[in-house]
Design a protein around this ligand. Structure first.
Ligand code: 3PY
Ligand code: MG
Length: 256
């Protein structure tokens, strides 16, 4: 049986720290996998990544200590099942607007009789080992994103859905939906309150709560608040800022 670092972090009372990959490339996925994160996420929603590249990224992550996970582009069962068959041990599903969405999501990740995941685990079996079909349902992590007004309104019913491990807050979409623009670390009081409501609702239902953060400092603050799944920025943003810093420093110091 292949363990899931996210569940291990939760079992020891800690928060899982996730690398977020927007660049569709197996080499950067491998680098992220060796960088010390509990898990590495391939972003199929906004990342510059298609399904074929996702598969090679999951292969690369599988060769490292990090647990491979995927954010799917929408609550589409066929794609959720494909990501799992390709070896994802966790799925983040965007734009969960209702308990019905959450149930559709969870069902796609579980084999019958609990769900409707079709059998054909392919890489899941290679990475997870021969016993994968017997433990996959219990090991796979399922986080539904709260990032719309509908999702916020249905928060309590969504958090109550059996089999959903927790929620994942998208502060940018949530800020937009609330008319406050995109806000990596929202300062607007209403958005901040909505984020804390997501956290308290998840906890009240015995569920986990994750959030996308613009930095490790914000991730540390969020874990102090009680979030137990944090993403300290994306690799594309980190690459952009460190390339810009090096370019600036070189421009200031290199002879021209
Ligand atoms: C959001 O902030 O809306 C997200 O989806 C985070 O990636
Ligand atoms: Mg979003």
């Amino acid at each position: 049986m292949r363990s899931n670092n996210i569940r291990d972090a939760w079992a020891s009372g800690g928060a899982a720290v996730c690398a977020w990959l927007s660049i569709g490339n197996s080499y950067t996925a491998e680098i992220a996998g060796w960088a010390g994160y509990d898990c590495v996420l391939v972003d199929l929603q906004h990342g510059m990544t298609g399904v074929e590249t996702m598969i090679s990224m999951l292969q690369a992550i599988s060769a490292t200590p990090a647990t491979p996970i995927v954010r799917v582009p929408s609550c589409e069962p066929a794609l959720i099942m494909k990501a799992l068959d390709a070896g994802a041990f966790g799925i983040i599903c965007p734009m969960i607007d209702s308990a019905r969405d959450a149930r559709t999501f969870v069902a796609a990740t579980r084999y019958p009789p609990l769900g409707n995941r079709s059998f054909g685990p392919a890489r899941g079996l290679l990475y997870g080992g021969a016993s994968y079909p017997t433990y996959a349902d219990a090991s796979i992590v399922r986080l539904g994103m709260i990032e719309t007004l509908k999702g916020l309104e249905a928060l309590d019913e969504i958090c109550a859905v059996e089999g959903l491990d927790g929620i994942f807050v998208g502060p940018n979409d949530l800020g937009l939906a609330m008319g406050k623009g995109t806000l990596g670390d929202p300062t607007d009081e209403a958005v901040r309150a909505a984020i804390l409501l997501c956290l308290s609702s998840a906890k009240a239902h015995g569920k986990h709560a994750g959030i996308f953060c613009p930095s490790s400092a914000v991730a540390a603050r969020r874990s102090g608040e009680g979030f137990d799944f944090v993403v300290p920025n994306s690799e594309a943003n980190l690459l952009k800022s460190s390339l810009a810093a090096e370019a600036r420093a070189a421009r200031e110091t290199v002879r021209n």
